[in-house]
Design a protein around this ligand. Structure first.
Ligand code: NCD
Length: 307
């Protein structure tokens, strides 16, 4: 399947064949990394990282991926030190960056911003997170992680735990897991449930098997995979409210007494208080391994999209 010059804006734009192409390319890239090799297929090409919101893993793993492919990276390091601070519009920023680069990765607080960038840019655009909406490349590496660690996606019970109302990672992932016929257990504190529209969409499009609960124990008992995200404090009007919810929802060793033996715990990171640090040392915790998979998956994406 030819993906050259395509944009990756929403998981809804990708079908199974498209995703499979990316995941199998990522396997090849992981082999390159495991053999301590690097490639030069992106020699002379550059990737522009435009981050209007904080990022560690997404930005640095795109950097690492481009460098492993022999390419260059241009980073918009600090919005306050660029012309954006002088009032330059997103449209003008994109019109300029497409002249300096072969692929644009954008993270922006406004929903729909990545779609707008893709409409303007003649170079492919990747959505690195637009507000509380979508984060499709995180989903690709999450699918890759599940497959590498559990051997399959289809038929697994995956519990998505945390702020399902604002978590863009969870919205993208729920869609992809339904597409791949996993069973979804949606576990959220009261008030932070996944929107009814999304749940209905997944049932309508994929006939998805979905259990919704506010109870952590019942979420964990059934799960083959537990995927946790933090309460997205920056999307709340009242920070105190966010902290209260955060404290009430926490994965602890005690809770994991209910876990299936082969359970894996994933987290897009950054984590705050939603996972007890004691869990980091337990056999279930795979989130640091998951951060490694970001590099081969993003190498795959870059190599498939850039002409
Ligand atoms: C996530 C994001 O930015 O949406 N982080 C990431 O990309 N790894 C999750 C989060 O911030 O909670």
């Amino acid at each position: 399947m030819n993906l050259k010059s395509k944009n990756i804006i929403s998981i809804r734009d990708l079908n199974k064949e498209y995703i499979e192409t990316i995941l199998s390319k990522a396997e090849e890239m992981e082999e390159v990394l495991n053999n301590n090799q690097s490639l030069d297929i992106m020699k002379g090409k550059s990737l522009a990282n435009l981050f209007f919101e904080p990022s560690t893993r997404t930005k640095f793993s795109f950097n690492a991926a481009m460098q492993k492919l022999g390419g260059q990276v241009i980073n918009l390091e600090d919005v306050d030190s660029s012309s954006i601070a002088k009032g330059e519009s997103l449209i003008d920023t994109i019109k300029m960056m497409e002249k300096y680069s072969d692929l644009i990765v954008i993270r922006h607080p406004n929903e729909g911003s990545a779609r707008l960038a893709a409409e303007i840019s003649s170079k492919p655009v990747i959505n690195g997170g637009d507000g509380a909406n979508q984060h499709p490349t995180q989903t690709l590496l999450d699918l890759y992680s599940i497959r590498r660690l559990k051997g399959k996606i289809e038929g697994l019970s995956v519990a998505l735990i945390g702020d399902l109302k604002h978590g863009r990672v969870m919205k993208s992932l729920a869609y992809a897991l339904a597409m791949f016929n996993a069973k979804l257990i949606l576990v959220a504190p009261i008030g932070l449930e996944m929107s009814k529209e999304i749940v209905e969409e997944l049932i309508e499009k994929f006939n998805a098997d979905i259990l919704q609960t506010n109870n952590l124990v019942s979420g964990i008992k059934e799960a083959d995979v537990v995927y946790v995200c933090r309460v997205q404090k920056e999307r709340f009007e009242d920070a105190y409210e966010a902290e209260k919810m955060q404290k009430a929802f926490r994965i602890t060793p005690d809770l994991l007494k209910y876990a299936k033996d082969g359970l894996i715990i994933l987290h897009s990171l950054p984590k705050t208080t939603e996972i007890d640090p004691k869990v980091d040392k337990m056999k279930y915790a795979k989130y640091y391994q998951q951060t490694f998979y970001a590099v081969p998956v993003r190498m795959a994406l870059i190599s498939l999209l850039v002409k």
